[in-house]
Design a protein around this ligand. Structure first.
Ligand code: AHM
Ligand code: MG
Length: 336
């Protein structure tokens, strides 16, 4: 077999990045490698979901009161297991778990990071073979290294994230992650079982032609959100609309597409659910961090998502995210 040395694997890339920081310990690279490993295991199961008896309801409800699919449980167990047995994570929080899990063993207590994740977002799409994803967020602990992690390590605003990323189990499987140095995307090469650098230094176009929102909720949105959607549907000054409406209902895919092509994604509050549906800590914060690092903007309609001080692991927030020019246009209408 001819080895293509032009490719750069996720591990090679993170180790190369490490060389820019002489004092770095390599712990973040280890953590990203662990996440990549868990993602590969989940990918195998997602790909054969239609073949084995792993589809369907697991029969229980998660802490949000939603029905749990078997693959959600599998993905949660994989991420938790890999991070627990790795050497770089002191504890985790997950959409599938009511409370954070502090690993509290000799090695984990020495780790300086904690990780929050949504193991399988968009899981209602599993049954119909639509792309789903994992979202993750990494914080440096505020508690003393050497002791067990604490709840405060998790309840930090998004602007304290050290890294964040997502995995799409789609037509190909991709892992995208951001640090303060930028955003890079890796595509899983099934022939060697490695994530390889495919989208270096990703940038979100300042303007796009796509808006993504659940139109079924239109009459439950605030009047100003309705006004903005109205603008999206007409010829407008910013970008010569009407824009194209695209909404998969799988946020990882919707936001990824808009990040690459330019666009805006919205999950506003509704009259029934003023804070919307999406979770701040492991859905909105990681995407806000990634999209901001790529040049875009993310708000709750009033303030920057990354500046929200969280008070609960599972709290929800209205969410608006995307290309800077489109977000500016939205903001001017929301303020009017
Ligand atoms: P989940 O965490 O239960 O999978 O829900 C999150 C998903 C997002 O991926 C998606 O953007 C949203 O729910 C779609 O919700 P809706 O069907 O209300 O538009
Ligand atoms: Mg989710």
């Amino acid at each position: 077999m001819v080895i293509n040395r032009k490719i750069q694997t996720l591990d090679e890339f993170t180790i190369q990045q490490l060389r820019n920081f002489p004092k770095a310990t390599g712990e973040l690279s280890n953590l990203l490698r662990d996440i990549g490993l868990a993602a590969k295991r989940v990918n195998v199961e997602v790909n054969k979901a239609g073949l084995v008896d792993i589809l369907g309801d697991y029969g229980s409800t998660n802490v949000q009161g939603e029905e749990v699919k078997k693959l959600d449980v599998f993905a949660n167990d994989q991420f938790m297991g890999v991070l627990r047995h790795g050497i770089s994570c002191a504890g985790i929080g997950s959409e599938e778990l009511e409370d954070v899990v502090i690993f509290d063993d000799e090695i984990s207590n020495q780790s300086k990071y904690v990780c929050l994740f949504d193991p399988l977002d968009g899981s209602s799409n599993i049954d119909v073979n639509v792309s789903i994803g994992t979202i993750f967020s990494i914080y440096r602990r505020v508690s003393e290294v050497g002791k067990p992690a604490t709840k405060e390590d998790f309840l930090q605003p998004g602007n304290k994230q050290v890294a964040a990323g997502y995995v799409i189990y789609g037509s190909s499987t991709m892992l995208v992650y951001a640090t303060k140095r930028g955003v890079n995307g890796f595509t899983l090469d099934p022939s060697i079982g490695e994530f390889t650098l495919s989208n270096p230094d990703m940038k979100c176009p300042d303007l796009g032609k796509i808006y993504s929102v659940n139109h079924g909720n239109f009459f439950q949105y605030d009047k100003r959100v309705q006004d903005y959607i109205d603008v999206c549907q007409r010829k407008n000054k910013t970008n010569g609309g009407p824009y194209t409406q695209r909404y998969i209902g799988s946020m990882v895919s919707d936001v990824h597409r808009n990040l690459v092509k330019g666009g805006i994604f919205m999950y506003p509050g509704t009259t029934d659910k003023p804070n919307g549906k999406l979770r701040l800590m492991y859905e909105c914060n990681p995407f806000a961090f990634i999209v901001e690092k790529a040049g875009g903007v993310a708000t709750d309609g009033k303030q920057r998502i990354l500046d929200i001080q969280p008070n609960a692991i599972h709290q929800r927030t209205p969410f608006f995210i995307g290309s800077k020019g489109m977000m500016d246009e939205l903001e001017s209408i929301l303020k009017s």
